[in-house]
Design a protein around this ligand. Structure first.
Ligand code: RFL
Ligand code: PHB
Length: 389
């Protein structure tokens, strides 16, 4: 088999890249380890920057997102019983769209199938070869058969646990990591959201987040211990804990019901440098992870896809390799700013079990600074709606 761009991973990064390339007439094959049903069963991100929405539009996949997504002009931050509304529209002149990653992925798969693009599921033992030559290739097995895919470039879109990143020699690769001493316990429930905007709640008992998917589907999270198991949390225990962390007026209007999904995610900040090695380009979670507090994971995957797509388009269209040569530096410049914001928001809102008295005072001062200073709110708003790319 031969293609121009071999895309490893059929998550949102790989699919979005494949559809953008298809619009330029650049051929790609997507190799996905799981089944499509499995990829679509993952409940993850919910907040899309306008840059993401623009890319979906460019890929020709924006119709349902525009029809069914919810445009949010602001969000609430609460500190025990005090609330601050961050007005994105006024402070940053932009909005975000609430539309689940599951739906984004479904729309991208539908578009890929409709356009006849090639996606191979349940591929095993993917190995990347000769990445430092101009004739790289990928070997893998599908349904017990050994296969080989020759290509010009490999896009490593295979998430944090994929094979692409570790195909960069250890002598070249630098990794930067911070692991947080807590996780998020998330619950999805068929109940109306407690508020029509997201509420990021910081309290003495720890952090909580009220989010949503649609008018009758809510997504809630509470900060939990790393040793907790989702199965040990009954629905009642979850709702009780959530209520205790919300301002009283919000807690009183919370509608509860049975959970239809419950899982724990650990929180981590991680960056791999460089994001390009030879003919391999890393995109999305394959190269970097943020704690979910700033809603940036999927959104920074999209900015990588944007830079890579522009680079490949110039390479195939005009034989101009400046874009692909500059890919790693350009993508990383934005990635690090997104890392800073996600780390800052995590530090602002969570309860750190090992914090000193000094750390507590610093967190209180940071909260007061944000409550009192419009410029601080503007910085938050500009980062939340997404830095330009
Ligand atoms: P993905 O989604 O992990 O997809 C990678 C795909 O590669 C496949 N794969 C392989 N395929 C072939 N061969 C191999 N060897 C392979 N190894 C892996 C996998 O099966 C998979 O299908 O990475 P991608 O595409 O880069 O997308 C990244 C996003 O999924 C991620 O950043 C976000 O979900 C993060 N995130 C959020 N991001 C936001 O922008 N806004 C949010 O509100 C937000 N909330 C969240 C989040 C992530 C969360 N969790 C659980 C990590 C909330 C949570 C709770
Ligand atoms: C979500 O809806 O899952 C969500 C929203 C905002 C975040 C993280 C997750 O910051």
């Amino acid at each position: 088999m031969r293609t121009q761009v071999a895309i490893i991973g059929g998550g949102p990064s790989g699919l979005l890249l494949s559809q953008l390339l298809m619009k330029e007439g650049i051929e790609a094959v997507v190799l996905e380890r799981q089944t499509k049903a499995h990829v679509l069963s993952r409940i993850r991100a919910g907040v899309l920057e306008s840059g993401f929405v623009r890319l979906m539009d460019e890929a020709g996949v924006v119709r349902r997102l525009v029809e069914e997504g919810f445009v949010h002009e602001g969000a609430i931050l609460s500190f025990d019983n005090e609330q601050v509304r961050i007005d994105f529209a006024e402070l940053a002149g932009q909005t975000v769209t609430v539309y689940g990653q599951t739906e984004v992925t479904r729309d991208l798969y539908d578009a890929r199938e409709a356009s006849g693009g090639s996606t191979l599921f349940q591929v095993e033992d993917v190995v990347l070869h000769d990445l430092d030559s101009d004739k790289p290739y990928v070997t893998f097995r599908q349904h017990g058969q050994d296969m080989r895919l020759d290509c010009d470039f490999v896009a490593g879109c295979d998430g944090f646990h994929g094979v692409s990143r570790t195909s960069i020699p250890a002598s070249v690769r630098r990794e930067f990591e911070k692991v947080y001493p807590f996780g998020w316990l998330g619950v999805l429930s068929e109940t109306p959201p407690v508020h029509d905007e997201l509420i990021y709640a910081s309290s003495q008992r720890g952090f909580a987040l009220c989010s949503m998917r649609n008018a009758n589907l809510s997504r809630y999270y509470v900060q939990c211990d790393l040793s907790d198991k989702a199965g040990d949390w009954s629905d009642d225990a979850f709702w009780d804990e959530l209520r205790r962390r919300l301002p009283d007026s919000v807690a009183q209007s919370l509608v509860t019901g049975p959970s239809i999904e419950k899982s724990i995610a650990p929180l981590r900040s991680y960056v791999c440098e460089p994001m390009r090695w030879g003919r391999l380009f890393l995109c999305g979670d394959a190269a970097h992870i943020v704690p979910p507090t700033g809603a940036k994971g999927l959104n920074s995957a999209a900015s990588d896809v944007y830079y890579l797509h522009r680079g490949l388009r110039a390479f195939y269209g005009e034989r101009d390799s400046a874009g692909i040569d500059g890919y790693s530096a350009k993508a990383l410049a934005r990635v690090w700013k997104t890392q800073r914001f996600s780390w800052w928001m995590t530090s602002l809102l969570h309860r750190f079990p090992d914090r000193s008295d000094f750390d507590i005072r610093m967190q209180q001062a940071e909260i007061a600074h944000l409550q009192e200073l419009r410029a601080a709110q503007e910085t938050l708003a500009r980062n939340y709606v997404g830095l330009p790319y």
